[in-house]
Write a protein that binds this ligand. Structure first.
Ligand code: NDP
Length: 450
């Protein structure tokens, strides 16, 4: 058995009940063999055994009181995965599906993504199985305060800096920040994605979605192609999807779909981002509302999707942008995209494609931007927010946006050059994983066994 096989087999025995975590690890370990061959110290000092195990996991109970006066209990976690190259950094997810396995997958991905960004940030992730849907503002506030009543002990501007993720946007970050400040009496950049009134950064809201498009532009430029005039399929209707659509439109492309957990919109005339924001950010409604407001839009509920499939990927497009959640694009979806002539896939969500779908894209040789590289704009701009907080400065939108663009171009170059060095030109999965892995692994070696 090879080193990778031994480590993988041990993890499969130990964590059989965490399938998405195992999937994320498998994707990385299966692609870094060339790096392991070049440096035997990784095996000698058990880097794979150590890097796959979080440095610390904090599990806690969150008790809060709903609007009816009833006591509610949720389970919450912070996975402090790896701090070899900087303080733990990664979002908080509030969704009923959250469990430790999901947060370990997200935290593990975050280590390599943060490393690849070229910025000094470690990897972490957290969240709770609290469901924000249908909750009043006051309920959201009471939950966030109760969540922070425990989390505050474990985070800090140079220790661990959480941000948003599914179910956590500006409103939630505001409540979390207020409670942190109250408990610690410290006004510090302990969370990112904050409101501009108290230390937020311009362009942080837009960063992940915009960054995906900047990354795609670099990827396509190398192939002598561009997004201009092209139809695009986007999934999701939250932060990442919305700003991905906005940037596509600004670049002359036409996003024709968006989706949420209940259904999808196909709008042949192009997604109207102002209507999307009104429906999802202001009204917090289902996408069926979009179809009420836009006559050219067709709404399909999830119940009408083909069995075992995501109907978004049946829409013919030049480029696909999965921006909702993990494993939302399977092998059959990938084959449907390829059959319809899709030439480019860039992942806004974390691990949206199954391993089989990823293989199908790589085999077809289309431009494929894996999440770790393509969606790193969010965390990178979070780091820019930390930089502004530390220097007590605020930069203009243009300044932050231009730094974001440069970071995404550098991430593309780093992944593409590493792939070429490893003899697999164009394979950005190998390129991103190895470029991200080497920096963290070398830092761990240099810091000794600790
Ligand atoms: P949001 O909560 O803003 O939006 C998530 C969107 O995905 C919503 O439209 C939601 O539908 C939909 N969705 C969630 N779960 C499912 C599901 N199981 N099936 C179908 N649709 C689903 O989250 P973000 O936009 O912030 O995050 C989206 C993805 O991007 C996640 O994978 C996240 O980890 C990743 N990401 C986010 C970053 C950020 O800066 N926000 C940074 C990097 C990655 P509904 O409206 O019905 O709930």
């Amino acid at each position: 058995m090879s080193y990778v096989e031994r480590v993988m087999s041990d993890l499969e025995t130990r964590y059989a009940y965490q399938p998405v975590f195992l999937q994320a690890v498998k994707e990385v370990l299966n692609s870094i063999q060339p790096a392991l061959d070049k440096k035997k110290d990784y095996e000698k000092y058990k880097i794979l055994e150590r890097i796959t195990e979080p440095e610390r996991i904090i599990c806690f109970r969150v008790d809060w009181v709903d609007d009816k006066g009833e006591v509610q209990t949720n389970r919450a976690y912070r996975v402090q995965y790896n701090s070899a190259i900087g303080p733990y950094k990664g979002g908080l997810r509030l969704h009923p599906s959250v469990n430790l396995g999901i947060l370990k997958f997200l935290g593990f991905e975050q280590i390599f993504k943060n490393s690849l960004s070229g910025l000094p940030i470690g990897g972490g992730k957290g969240g709770s199985d609290f469901d924000p849907k249908g909750k009043s503002d006051m309920e959201i506030m009471r939950f966030c305060q109760a969540f922070m009543n425990e989390l505050f002990r474990h985070i800090g501007a140079t220790i661990d800096v959480p941000a948003g993720d599914i179910g956590v946007g500006g409103r939630e970050i505001g409540y979390l920040y207020g409670q942190y400040k109250k408990l610690t009496r410290s006004y510090e950049g302990v969370l990112t994605g904050k409101n501009l009134l108290f230390g937020g950064s311009l362009a942080r809201t837009e960063a992940t979605g915009y960054g995906v498009v900047y990354f795609t532009q670099s990827m396509l430029a190398e192939r002598g192609e561009s997004l201009e005039g092209k139809e695009c399929a986007v999934s999701g209707a939250g932060n990442v999807a919305t700003y991905c659509c906005e940037k596509l439109l600004q670049n002359g492309a036409k996003p024709v779909t968006v989706s949420d957990s209940r259904g999808m919109i196909y709008d042949a005339s192009g997604i109207k981002v102002d209507v999307l924001k009104q429906v999802k950010e202001v009204e917090r409604a289902s996408l069926s509302r979009y179809a009420e407001l836009v006559s050219s839009a067709k709404y399909t509920p999830v119940a009408d999707y083909p069995k075992g499939r995501n109907a978004v990927w049946d829409v013919p497009c030049y480029a696909a942008f999965p921006c909702a959640t993990q494993n939302e694009l399977n092998e059959a979806d990938a084959q449907a995209l390829l059959k319809n002539g899709c030439k480019c896939v860039a992942e806004g969500a974390n691990m949206p494609s199954t391993l089989e779908a990823t293989h199908a894209f790589l085999k077809a040789g289309i431009a494929y931007g894996p999440a770790k590289a393509a969606n790193a704009g969010g965390v990178s701009t979070s780091q820019l927010e930390m930089e502004q907080n530390a220097g007590m400065q605020s930069w203009t939108f243009e300044e932050v946006d231009s730094k974001l663009k440069t970071i995404m171009q550098n991430i593309y170059r780093s992944a593409a050059e590493t792939a070429e060095d490893m003899g697999v030109k164009g394979n950005l999965v190998v390129g991103a994983n190895i470029a991200g892995f080497r920096k963290v692994a070398d830092a761990m070696l240099a810091q000794g066994v600790c």
